[in-house]
Design a binder for this molecule. Sequence first.
Ligand code: UDP
Length: 330
Amino acid sequence: MKHGSILVTGGAGYIGSHVALQLRARGERVLILDDLSRGFRQAALDTPLIVGAVADRERVRGVLHEHGVDTVMHFAAHTIVPESVREPLKYYRNNTCATGALLECCLEAQVRHFVFSSSAAVYGVPAEGFAAESTPTAPINPYGTSKLMSEWMLADVARAASLRYVALRYFNVAGSDTGGRIGQATPNATLLIKVACEAALGKRAHVAIFGTDYPTPDGTGVRDYIHVEDLAAAHVDALSYLRGGGACITLNVGYGHGYSVRQVLESVERVSGKRLAVREEPRRAGDPGALVARADRIRAELLWRPRLDDLDGIVRSALAWEERLLRDPW
Ligand code: UDP
């Protein structure tokens, strides 16, 4: 059967651009919709880029029809937890309401498959620090709530219409394209591995550890860091699953084990050969202590096989990307 085009919203952003690249490498017809508010034109590489907003119904309707889109992969979102705590309505507008608008257009255009970029932030602070898909959702910040509300809309829409979806709850994504073409280019980055790599290269004076009094082995926050290429591969697997007739499903994407902030900083020091200036600071608003995936289900359902589960390897690719940005800023 001949497949339609794939619309990747937010495909000029960090994760969406890696997914678009892998889809193209598989010979798929891909187009990117991105308003470039946080994304970068360069990140689209040679994938056709439509500059526009997901919430612009007229525009999205036109794109879905003109390009014969039968699959939407939806990444466009604001993703900074502390910002969501300060400006919650911005997150509900840009993440939740925009997803609702996009879903309306998808139903009108009879889009068949939808892959949604969700987040482990929907779990809040799970008992023992581990979250399976069956763990009750209880977000503790507006970012997580904005994603959970989108998941609920998606589930209701799928019950009422023929659209089928995979919602992927990402744990902590890091690293960059092993071909060195794209990576995370956000200015004023807040994500730990990027911040630490910037510090190792002298772009920042120091790295802060936000909280040393969590109930974790060394008192610092524990997360399940996953290489962006393994995450991107999960989306390609989700597409195969949906095309194969798979039922609507929500899945964690993580490796199933965690590292503390201190372990991450040690890895950055090991890989870069630099000593980091570290400052211990109070906990950051909206942060759980430990958040690690129970990640068996995605292997069973999507046959996802991660290849890059190695903290030093993730850090190495993140550092290589920061070095490239130093030479050739985006
Ligand atoms: N963190 C930190 N210093 C930083 C950035 C993050 O100590 O400059 C900690 C944060 O409190 C959390 C972990 O590192 O425990 C991962 O945070 P990040 O912002 O990378 O991702 P999040 O888990 O918030 O999505």
